[in-house]
Design a protein around this ligand. Structure first.
Ligand SMILES: C[S@@+](CC[C@H](N)C(=O)[O-])C[C@H]1O[C@@H](n2cnc3c(N)ncnc32)[C@H](O)[C@@H]1O
Length: 285
């Protein structure tokens, strides 16, 4: 008998399809939860009126819309994303707000055609850890920037430092074997190692790279008040929480109950607050 290894779809394929759809289906939970990170990164980036910004992997455009207010009508924001449903939602939001200095484009940031050398800043909250070839992708992205331009991005630190994801893994591992994590593999935790991020950016042509930690509690799932509903959010919305289809209802119920129990340790009057650990990465073109 010949052993076959099943080819996993690339992150680009997933985000252009079911991962993008899942992010949109759970948009309030995700955006509510990571809002403090976007706010802090936007503050640190210190945009000026008149600047032209590209928001990579902009999702449904929450950060793009906020940046559009910062750069004013003499500036502009281009949100770029590989998911058609997210670009569609972002466009609808901008139309509703009647913002004229913003546009959204569908495309893979690793190869998308944008005017070269025109942007003052490339920004991203968690939209840049998914490239199959990050060295080539960031070299391409570097080309979008003016010689005086800058990069400002946020990426997750390691899985164990982000218990809102690690607790899911801890629970699932007691029920079925999980694939061994591959360090640096494209995905949420690909950029956990600062030395790897620095190497990618240096290879891509960036200079003066600074990587600083941002560590605060997050309200998991935005405004999910109970550990039970937060466990439901994590199992429904996150990539790590996707259970094998053939799992019995008894095991699914046990997983939900065990995860709820672990989340109870983080329960507050506002919901489940858990520590998070993120890198803020800044660099010059
Ligand atoms: C974790 S979500 C973050 C969305 C958004 N930045 C936010 O913070 O609300 C990751 C986003 O990156 C996008 N993405 C992943 N790979 C991409 C690529 N190669 N080119 C463009 N967008 C990509 C996904 O479609 C998704 O919208």
């Amino acid at each position: 008998m010949t052993e076959t290894t099943q080819e996993q779809p690339s992150q680009e394929t997933l985000w252009a399809g079911k991962s993008g759809d899942r992010w949109l289906a759970n948009i309030d939970g995700f955006e509510g939860m990571i809002k403090p990170i976007g706010d802090a990164l936007i503050k640190q980036t210190a945009f000026s009126q008149g600047e032209h910004i590209i928001d990579i992997g902009c999702g449904a455009g929450a950060t793009s819309l906020a940046i559009a207010q910062e750069v004013g009508v003499s500036g502009s924001v281009t949100g770029l994303d590989i998911s058609p449903v997210l670009v569609n939602e972002a466009t609808k939001r901008a139309e509703k707000l009647k913002l004229e200095n913003i546009k959204f484009m569908l495309g893979d940031a690793a190869v998308a055609t944008l005017p070269n050398g025109q942007a003052d800043c490339v920004f991203s909250r968690f939209g840049i850890m998914f490239f199959s070839n990050p060295y080539a992708a960031f070299t391409h992205i570097h080309g979008f920037l003016k010689p005086s331009g800058r990069l400002s991005i946020a990426c997750w630190s390691s899985l164990p430092e982000n218990p809102w994801m690690f607790e899911i893994v801890n629970v699932l591992a007691t029920h079925f074997p999980l694939p061994t994590p591959v360090p640096r593999a494209p995905g949420a935790f690909a950029f956990a190692e600062p030395s790897y991020v620095k190497e990618i950016l240096q290879t891509a042509g960036f200079q003066d790279i600074t990587i600083s930690p941002w560590q605060q509690n997050l309200l998991i799932g935005g405004s999910n008040p109970s550990p039970e509903s937060t466990a439901e959010f994590l199992l429904k919305a996150t990539s790590l929480g996707q259970l094998p289809e053939d799992l019995s209802d008894t095991v699914k119920t046990a997983i939900h109950s065990e995860l709820s129990n672990r989340l109870r340790a983080y329960e507050t009057k506002d919901g489940v607050q858990m520590p998070s650990s993120v890198w803020f990465v800044e660099a010059k073109a």
